[in-house]
Ligand binder design. Structure first.
Ligand code: CMP
Length: 146
């Protein structure tokens, strides 16, 4: 049996990867690194330089950003901001419970998005949703002050 098969099967169940072909999933299983984190462990730390894109396979993590804590569960992703902007990590992401994540190294990130536009669109949708949430809160606070 193909030794990547169970890995590909696990990835296929994650909504983030659902638009990908079996060949692309197999490629992610090859180039991605599966990593585990204990509850309470910082997965990425604010101001850190470097690192990859994280997709949560199981467990959950919290991010404190824009004055609010956000919880990310299976299929949730983080780490795209530093990679896209070429800047240090914007926030610390902490495992709220044991987390299993697939990490795509920075080196593979852009070529991977170019080859898989459906993943690029998924990331774009997630980023817009986060931006919108922060924007709505700022607008609400501004209206309250007026
Ligand atoms: P990055 O800056 O690389 O590292 C911290 C990550 O936290 C960031 O990428 C995003 O993926 C994530 N993040 C930042 N702000 C938010 C938010 N408002 N909601 C959810 N995740 C966020």
């Amino acid at each position: 049996m193909d030794e990547l098969a169970p890995e590909v099967e696990a990835l296929r169940r994650i909504p983030f990867f659902e638009g990908l072909t079996p060949e692309d999933l197999s490629r992610i299983a090859t180039i991605g690194e599966r990593r585990s984190f204990e509850a309470g462990q910082a997965i990425v730390a604010k101001s850190d330089v470097g690192g990859g894109l994280f997709v949560i396979l199981s467990g959950s993590a919290t991010v404190e950003a824009g004055g609010k804590a956000h919880t990310l569960g299976p299929g949730g992703f983080f780490g795209e901001m530093a990679l896209l902007a070429g800047r240090p990590r914007s926030a610390t992401v902490v495992a709220a419970e044991p987390v299993e994540a697939m990490v795509l190294d920075a080196m593979y990130f852009r070529p991977f998005l170019i080859k898989n536009p459906s993943v690029a669109v998924t990331i774009l949708e997630g980023v817009v949703e986060r931006l919108r949430e922060v924007q709505d809160r700022i607008d609400a606070a501004t209206e309250e002050r007026e």
